[in-house]
Design a protein around this ligand. Structure first.
Ligand SMILES: [Zn+2]
Length: 390
């Protein structure tokens, strides 16, 4: 279908775009603006105008819409520009975009760096596919909308901002495609996420007279013991299994000679589509009330730090069936991580996650993507566009 030199230049374009995106280090501290500008420049070379929606000193979403004849419903690609921090243990620098192997030769290379898999590889491949479709001059009958969000790894601020400001301007959509790393599996479901902060409150006192205070760490111990017996109620889900709960942070006390007046824990709960977060929060409040009955000095509170719904797209709908045939996939899967997908489900179009890279490499040291996978992804995204929009 493609001649060899065209294939090579597309591979180089995708790889170089990915390396530039890795190098701008879009962690929570640095923001996304530089990455949005790189994509805008690259798409601009094919005459595609992007809108960069920026706020604060460095936060940014990128939005572009390629207008069509309009006889068909459009496709919305949803990416995220931000990455998690590098962390420790890298053999290759996390933000250099190191290429190993013989990237443009017969044997395939790899690109290392934070974000190579999650999800700048998917961004580079989708952007290249869109460029090549536009450059080819093929007549589209449905619009392509490409959206790259800020803040997916922290609070989904970019997705929420897009939905509240732009969702009314979107064309009718056939489907939403999220190029997160799935190693080319078609993913239609993931669990949701509920992050809770639970605080116990005490009363500070000099620790030579602890009986004059109320020790918040001791209260937390009582609560943690109680949580050992707590089971969140759920009906097991056929694709997603069960709901999980894990206490992952604890902080309390300021000085070694002061009875602590506050202790807090961070709890990560992964939820199923049917579950209501308010029910879980109420469970905690009931546990607090029970402990207070036993000990009137016990004081605790719970607050929701972050909430992302679960995703469940009907895998038997026409869009998903046609999508699977465009990418030669037999069946749909669920994944363990969450995405911005649930923010887009209210648009009413089926949401599918599909992209290059091994999801188990995400958020790890020496995250890398195979250049061959980038190229495969470009071909798949072009097939998807041609299948639905031509
Ligand atoms: Zn991601």
């Amino acid at each position: 279908m493609y001649n060899h030199s065209a294939m090579k230049s597309s591979r180089r374009l995708t790889s170089e775009l990915l390396r530039k995106l890795i190098q701008v280090e879009t962690t929570a501290q640095r923001g996304e603006l530089a990455a949005a500008e790189i994509i805008s420049d690259e798409l601009g070379r094919s005459g595609i105008d992007c809108r960069i929606d920026s706020w604060g000193s460095n936060r940014a979403n990128l939005i572009t819409q390629i207008k069509s004849g309009g006889r068909k419903s459009g496709l919305l690609f949803v990416c995220h520009l931000d990455v998690v921090a590098a962390g420790e243990g890298w053999r290759h620098p996390a933000f250099a975009g190191v290429v190993l192997g013989t990237p443009y030769g017969e044997s395939e290379g790899k690109i290392y760096g934070r974000g190579s898999v999650d999800m700048k590889g998917g961004i580079a491949a989708a952007a290249t596919a869109i460029k090549e479709i536009v450059d080819s001059g093929v007549r589209l009958e449905g619009d392509i909308v490409f959206f790259a969000a800020a803040g997916e790894e922290t609070d989904s601020c970019g997705a929420r901002r897009f939905i509240s400001n732009f969702s009314k301007k979107l064309p009718k959509l056939a489907g939403v495609v999220i190029p997160e790393p799935t190693d080319f599996e078609v993913v239609t479901a993931h669990r949701g996420m509920l992050w809770l902060e639970v605080k116990t409150e005490g009363r500070a006192a000099h620790s030579s007279t602890p009986e004059l205070g109320v020790n918040a760490i001791a209260s937390m111990k009582i609560l943690l013991d109680e949580l050992d017996n707590y089971r969140i109620r759920f009906q097991p889900h056929k694709l997603l299994g069960g709901c999980s709960i894990s206490v992952n942070t604890i902080a309390g006390g300021k000085e070694i000679n002061v009875v602590p007046d506050e202790c807090s824990i961070g709890i990560d709960i992964r939820t199923l589509p049917e579950q209501q977060s308010q029910e879980i929060v109420s469970d905690f409040e009931e546990i607090f009330a029970k402990l207070k009955q036993k000990n009137s000095q016990f004081e605790a509170s719970v607050s929701v730090m972050r909430e992302v719904g679960a995703l469940e797209t009907d895998s038997s709908c026409d869009f998903v069936k046609d999508f699977c045939s465009a990418v030669e996939a037999g069946e749909t899967k669920a994944v363990g991580f969450t995405t911005d997908g649930p923010h887009f489900a209210p648009l009413g179009a089926p949401v599918v996650i599909f992209g290059p890279g091994k999801p188990q490499l995400a958020h790890k040291p020496d995250e890398y993507i195979d250049i061959a996978d980038l190229e495969k992804a470009v071909e798949y995204y072009k097939n998807i566009i041609l299948k639905f929009l031509v």
